[in-house]
Ligand binder design. Structure first.
Ligand code: ATP
Length: 374
């Protein structure tokens, strides 16, 4: 993404040590976050991790127990929702059923006393933006779910908020429509340039849509980064396991060799990772590698010199179209997975019961930190 509004853009939302408790439960646990102007920023995490609470605190529906929430550097705690230049799109659309599409989109503008030609122009522009111009006269009930959500987005953007909060807005749509609307949302955000803060539990959705992602677990932020960061270089065991499929190996540091950490585990011929933290000899660590980085070898072929290599026995072979997934039983990490593309015949890479070596370039081994709930 060439036009990533990166960290050079000014900070628009700042969360500093924000905590929220509900009776004795900590929903949000001392988090820090900075979202920059013009970003499509996602908060990603499983159900109950606290992401909606983060969004509701930014909207002003809920006040934090501790910490500061800043918008453009101004402390927002105690400022009521309607005094914040923020709008929210919910999963449930929440359109006004008795109003036409046009009047729904005009609602926020009328409340801001926009009238006449200016009103017509801005409603028209926003219907155009979500490609619903020809549906202006319909009632929400006469639209599909995807169209209703587009009306909700147009309505939320029409009054020109500086920040749009979106809480699982595609959650009620079927998979195909979801994919279509993801592309639409991305286009809309790039077109209007408004900062989007997007809450989702869908990993792929966050990877597709976002400039940056905060991954939450048990009330804490485990990692903030570009989609490539959280996918290719997960920081913690949780992130590695939550986003995509991961092979996780428990190992012991057997040596540090310049920029590399050498690791030991049962059944491992060689396991190494880039040094990303202070690794001490004998330290217990977890390492991960993505299945698509793993190649399979039989005993007749040698993996490239210096690669990570470990032994196992093929347990299952699953053909998925884009790739063939090999589940391998290993003494090092239990069941590990390799996604092999263009396996000419399944037998080429191993059939169930066959011993194999799993091998990969050590650049793709990632050492993991502990997760919030480890
Ligand atoms: P989901 O995807 O299921 O909406 P979430 O990640 O958005 O989950 P939150 O809704 O932020 O999670 O909730 C975090 C925790 O705080 C949950 O355990 C939830 O039960 C609790 N919680 C949230 N709101 C309240 C409330 N108003 N009163 C009591 N507990 C609450």
């Amino acid at each position: 993404e060439a036009s990533t509004p990166d960290t050079y853009a000014p900070v628009e939302i700042g969360l500093h040590g924000v905590t929220k408790r509900f009776s004795d439960q900590v929903a949000v646990d001392g988090i820090d976050l900075e979202v920059h102007e013009g970003e499509f920023f996602s908060v990603l995490g499983p159900s109950g991790c606290g992401k909606t609470t983060v969004l509701r605190m930014i909207a002003g529906f809920v006040d934090p127990d501790e910490g500061r929430i800043e918008l453009d550097g101004n402390d927002m705690v105690g400022v009521p929702p309607y005094r914040r230049d923020v709008n929210t799109v919910f999963q449930s659309y929440a359109l006004f059923p008795h109003m036409s599409v046009w009047d729904n989109v005009a609602y926020g503008l009328r409340r801001k006393s926009v009238r006449g030609a200016e009103l017509t122009k801005r409603v028209g522009e926003h219907l155009e933006l979500v490609r619903l111009s020809e549906f202006a006269k319909r009632r929400p009930a006469q639209l599909s779910g995807g169209q209703q959500q587009r009306v909700a987005i147009a309505r939320a953007l029409a009054a020109g908020p500086q920040l749009l909060l979106l809480d699982e807005p595609l959650g009620a749509l079927d998979a195909k429509l979801r994919k279509e609307l993801q592309i639409e949302l991305m286009r809309i955000q790039r077109e209007v340039g408004t900062t989007f803060l997007y809450v989702t539990h869908d990993q792929e959705e966050a990877l597709v849509l976002s400039h940056r992602i905060a991954v939450m677990n048990a009330g804490k932020v485990e990692q903030v980064g570009y989609p490539e960061d959280v996918y290719e270089r997960p920081a913690t065991r949780f992130v590695a396991g939550f986003i995509g499929t991961s092979n996780i190996l428990d190992a012991t540091v057997s040596g540090v060799d310049g920029a590399w950490v050498e690791l030991d585990a049962p059944g491992v011929e060689r396991l190494r990772a880039r040094l990303n933290q202070t690794a001490r000899h004998g330290q217990r660590v977890a390492a991960t590698v993505r299945p698509e980085k793993v190649h399979l070898y039989d005993d007749a072929t040698e993996p490239p010199a210096g690669w990570c290599v470990l032994r196992g026995v093929v347990k299952d072979v699953v053909y998925t179209g884009v790739s063939t997934q090999f589940v391998v039983d290993t003494p090092a990490g239990g069941e590990l997975v390799a996604f092999v593309q263009n396996a000419r015949r399944i037998d080429d890479a191993g059939a169930p019961g066959q011993p194999v070596r799993m091998a990969w370039d050590p650049e793709f081994t990632v050492l993991l930190e502990k997760s919030a709930d480890d």
